[in-house]
Design a protein around this ligand. Structure first.
Ligand SMILES: [Zn+2]
Length: 283
């Protein structure tokens, strides 16, 4: 009997234009699953060792051998990358959320379970905590992946990156227009790490919010944000404007927990020592 991890149904090959755009932006992009594989490394006849997750959860007491479906891993990699989700988060699932209390995790998972209704209602979400490393970004990435599995289009981006792209002088106006359309029209816009450090760029932030967020709010298209600002700070800072637009239909969820990063590093070390390969997963 061989074990496989198959890709979700919603994961389809990218349109050529998206594939070409990724390739242009990333010279080292994984382009051919017949020749290379980020998961099995084409070693041991394309198998890899990982924890047993046959019951939907990762059983950390049992290590098993999987036959790698390199093409499925590749398609998922490109699918997530095209949505802006980097490789490290592609490889993490809900089982990897260790430090956050379960009711909070379930509340966030619940957004995806009721995805169709939440998106139709334009329900925004703000995941906030003042402390760093509590796992806000991980939860945002997992929520994005879960929504993609449900068939929704996601654009995941660092706040800084959005401001940079918004304010940069694009050489190619068509590309600029395409990016604009994408962030305005995508089912879910996920903005990671909206923080205090952007205060010096108030005018740009307000211009961005005015054009992108206003358009999304008036279309009832949800935006999900992580921030180290408190709801009050968001309302007082540039956020006064952001919040008046977003908060009418926003849920604020405080993510408190210990810094999960030291534990994550330790786990990664253990996995490497055990010769395990962490596969790309939808959650
Ligand atoms: Zn493989």
């Amino acid at each position: 009997m061989s074990r496989h991890l198959i890709r979700p149904q919603a994961c389809a090959p990218l349109p050529n234009v998206d594939f070409e755009r990724l390739k242009a932006a990333r010279p080292r992009l994984w382009t051919d699953p017949k020749k290379t594989c980020l998961t099995c490394l084409k070693a041991n006849e394309s198998t890899f060792r990982w924890y047993n997750q046959s019951l939907g959860r990762c059983d950390e007491n049992e290590i098993v051998t999987y036959e790698c479906l390199c093409t499925d891993q590749w398609l998922m990699h490109l699918w997530f990358l095209n949505a802006g989700i980097p490789l490290n988060y592609q490889r993490l699932g809900w089982d990897d959320v260790k430090a956050v209390q379960q009711p909070i995790v379930e509340q966030i998972m619940g957004y995806a379970v009721e995805g169709a209704r939440n998106i139709a209602a334009g329900r925004n979400l703000v995941l906030w905590s003042q402390a760093p490393g509590t796992g806000k970004t991980l939860l945002l990435a997992l929520l994005c992946k879960a929504l993609m599995v449900e068939g929704f289009q996601v654009h995941f981006s660092q706040f800084n990156e959005i401001i940079d792209l918004f304010t940069s002088s694009w050489r190619d106006q068509a590309e600029r227009a395409q990016w604009d359309r994408r962030v305005r029209n995508v089912d879910i816009l996920a903005i990671d790490d909206m923080g205090k450090e952007h205060k010096g760029r108030l005018e740009m932030v307000e211009a961005m919010v005015d054009q992108i967020v206003r358009a999304r709010v008036s279309d009832a298209a949800p935006t999900i944000i992580t921030t180290n600002l408190t709801p009050q700070e968001m309302q007082e800072g540039y956020g006064g404007y952001v919040m008046s637009l977003l908060s009418e239909t926003a849920d604020f969820i405080e993510i408190n927990g210990a810094d999960y990063r030291p534990r994550r590093r330790e786990l990664t070390r253990q996995e490497t020592n055990l010769g395990l390969a962490r596969p790309i997963t939808a959650g």
